[in-house]
Ligand binder design. Structure first.
Ligand code: ADP
Length: 643
């Protein structure tokens, strides 16, 4: 054959081999999805062509009726999926059907565990795509010609590490994929089977999916003799799906399964979405949005290059994937479609960035998502919890990014708290407020290095004693977020480590008197401590805050908290010079002991140890840990030699 000149054999990228292997083994129970994936790709290819043809109508090559055709040959055990979409050049075939292009994916696959059950779930996170053909096919031929080009490409592989590629001729533009089914998957070469899979997974595809018209009313029963020789007439195709864009249909016509399948199509997720919201908006703005919350966080949620944004259509014509302009960053996990009737068909990313309408759509879409989350939180706690575990830490970026929705976002946050003995973040600010004591005016929170550090912080002692609930925050982002969240429901949010007890009205008259008495009694001690610790602390005070610990650190209200300091330190940044206040519990045996110490050197060592321990209890790190250990050991030795 003329076309077979220049046949080349290439090896798949190592990760592709790994992916193929994993896929064939972990998706075996759900073989039929290969058809959904191929149809989804074909539909994207048609979308891309339609878009490019807006500028270059000649790309349609006088064949403007875009469609997908699925045919099969039962005897040979083959299935063909042919589209007349954009097609691929040789380079594109090499790139798309030989490597895993998406950034980070290859890396991710390298880290997969080999545990099949877990991996099959992970596979769902980036979509199985084209390679899923090898679940059912022993070999695959791809014939493709890019719209507007004359040369076509033939790709062939048995899915075992290599593929062949050669130039060929192809009259029709687009891509045809021919699968030679494995012995154990032959059942897919059946009219009934293919139609039902298309109905199940691909009904929502806006493009017509066609199959050969069945001559007889009923599908030919097995074993039945074929009617006389076939007549020589052009094969007649019929549409087997609804072929209207799902989001344009009215809500009550759409089944949950349709929404779910559509989600899988646009998100390349293998799992069902957690929830969705579908709206048609008419009036000043005219658009439809269909927004989905995924079940699971993608592995690259914190990667700057993570694909994010909605699929943008203008008057049903696909314009672009990942239009980021319609969602704030803190909702970057949302997937979906937005179809505008106002934007122009030749809108570009640059135009979107500046467009006023886009700005209004973004704010409406943001509200929709927040309202949906609010509804879930109200009606289905368990579902909300699973959302929170997947995306809570991203939503926490919200208060800083989105001033206008701050209160709404605050209502959606969940925390650990002294009210629950669990490290699961389940407590909302509204829960907290509903449990506030009668005369309590503020929402108290404590930031710690970890849940355990927060839970055991000395700062909590008086709050425990008084039965006042405290929110415990230990996510990296918490301190930063709290810089933007000053109140909820009119209640001021108060950081415990910056709380001046005297200003808090936490002490009753009796305790206040005691406080004064103790302060008076400890005057000398406090003076000595101030002198010994003048490089470490800005102030020393006697406190009622503590019941079990000897001392704790309190920050001035504008000081950076412990988490931010640790983050800055880790990033090698210079820390602003600020010293905490040391509060001591004069009734604690250690402090009593300290007071008795008359040898100045030893007093100083002792005082430093107390300060350093208070730093450690806070989750902070010491500037000279070895020095601390030396001092501590010295004290221990002296102690043991005394007894
Ligand atoms: P994904 O669809 O998730 O990007 P796939 O492995 O399914 O991953 O496909 C890889 C790429 O191959 C697609 O992004 C697309 O560029 C190209 N491709 C696949 N099928 C077709 C097709 N029928 N027509 C044109 N291009 C295609």
């Amino acid at each position: 054959m003329v076309e077979t000149v220049k046949k080349e054999t290439h090896g798949f990228q190592a990760e592709v081999k790994q992916l193929l292997h994993l896929m064939i083994h972990s998706l075996y129970s759900n073989k039929e999805i290969f058809l959904r994936e191929l149809i989804s790709n074909a539909s994207d290819a048609a979308d891309k062509l339609r878009f490019l043809a807006l500028d270059k109508p000649e790309l349609m090559e006088n064949d403007p009726e875009l469609r997908i055709r699925v045919t099969f040959d039962e005897e040979k055990g083959t299935i063909s999926i042919a589209d007349n979409g954009i097609g691929m050049t040789r380079d594109e075939v090499m790139e798309n059907l030989g490597t895993i292009a998406k950034s980070g994916t290859a890396n991710f696959i390298q880290n997969m565990s080999g545990d099949q059950k877990q991996d099959s779930q992970l596979i769902g996170q980036f979509g199985v795509g084209f390679y899923s053909v090898f679940i059912v096919a022993e070999s695959v031929d791809v014939y493709t010609r890019k719209a507007g080009e004359s040369e076509a490409v033939h790709w062939f592989s048995q899915g075992e590490g290599e593929f062949e590629i050669e130039a060929t001729q192809k009259e029709e533009r687009g891509t045809e994929i021919v699968l030679k089914l494995r012995e154990d998957s032959k059942e897919f070469a059946s009219d009934f089977k293919l139609r039902s899979i298309i109905g199940k997974y691909s009904d929502h595809i806006a493009l017509p999916i066609e199959m050969l018209k069945v001559e007889h009313e009923e599908p030919a029963a097995e074993g039945e003799d074929k009617p006389e020789a076939k007549e020589e007439k052009a094969p007649e195709f019929e549409k087997v799906n609804q072929a209207t864009a799902l989001w344009t249909r009215s809500k009550n016509e759409i089944k949950d399964e349709d929404y779910q399948e559509f989600y899988k199509h646009i998100s390349h997720d293998y799992e069902e979405p957690l929830d969705w919201v579908h709206n048609k908006v008419e009036g000043k703005l005219d658009y439809t949005s269909l927004l989905y919350i995924p079940k699971r966080a993608p592995y690259d949620l914190y990667n700057r290059e993570m694909p994010k944004g909605l699929k943008l259509y203008v008057q049903r014509v696909f314009i672009m994937d990942e239009a980021e302009q319609f969602l704030p960053l803190y909702l970057r996990f949302i997937k979906g479609v937005i179809d505008s009737n106002d934007l122009s068909l030749n809108v570009s990313r640059e135009i979107l960035q500046k467009d006023r309408q886009v700005e209004s759509m973004k704010s409406a879409v943001t509200k929709r998502v927040l309202d949906l989350l609010g509804k879930i939180a109200e009606n289905d706690k368990e579902k909300y919890q699973s959302f929170w575990e997947a995306f809570g830490s991203v939503l926490k970026e919200g208060p800083a990014e989105d001033f206008s929705n701050r209160e709404k976002i605050a209502g959606l946050l969940r925390f650990t708290s002294t009210h629950e003995n669990s490290d699961k973040q389940t407590v909302s600010l509204a829960d907290y407020v509903s449990r506030m004591k009668e005369d309590q005016t503020k929402i108290y929170y404590l930031i710690g290095e970890s849940y355990n550090a927060a839970k055991n912080s000395p700062h909590l002692e008086i709050f425990r004693k008084k039965g006042i609930e405290v929110l415990l925050m230990s996510d990296r982002i918490d301190e930063w977020m709290m810089n933007y969240l000053h109140e909820f429901n009119g209640k001021h949010m108060q950081n415990l480590s910056k709380t001046n007890l005297e200003e808090e009205n936490l002490l009753d008259e009796e305790e206040k008197k005691q406080q004064e008495a103790v302060a008076e009694e400890s005057k000398d001690l406090i003076e000595r401590l101030k002198k010994s610790l003048e490089n470490e602390v800005s102030e020393v005070k006697a406190t009622q805050r503590l019941t079990e610990s000897p001392a704790c650190l309190v920050l001035n209200s504008f000081d950076m908290g412990i988490q931010m300091r640790e983050i800055m330190k880790a990033a090698g940044q210079a820390l602003p010079d600020s010293k905490p206040i040391l509060e001591i519990n004069p009734n604690h045996p250690l402090i009593e002991q300290l007071e008795k110490e008359d040898q100045e050197d030893r007093f100083k060592d002792f005082a430093l140890v107390i300060f350093e321990q208070a730093t450690l209890a806070e989750g902070g790190s010491l500037s000279d840990p070895a020095d601390y250990v030396r001092r501590m050991n010295k004290l221990l030795l002296e102690l043991s030699s005394k007894s």
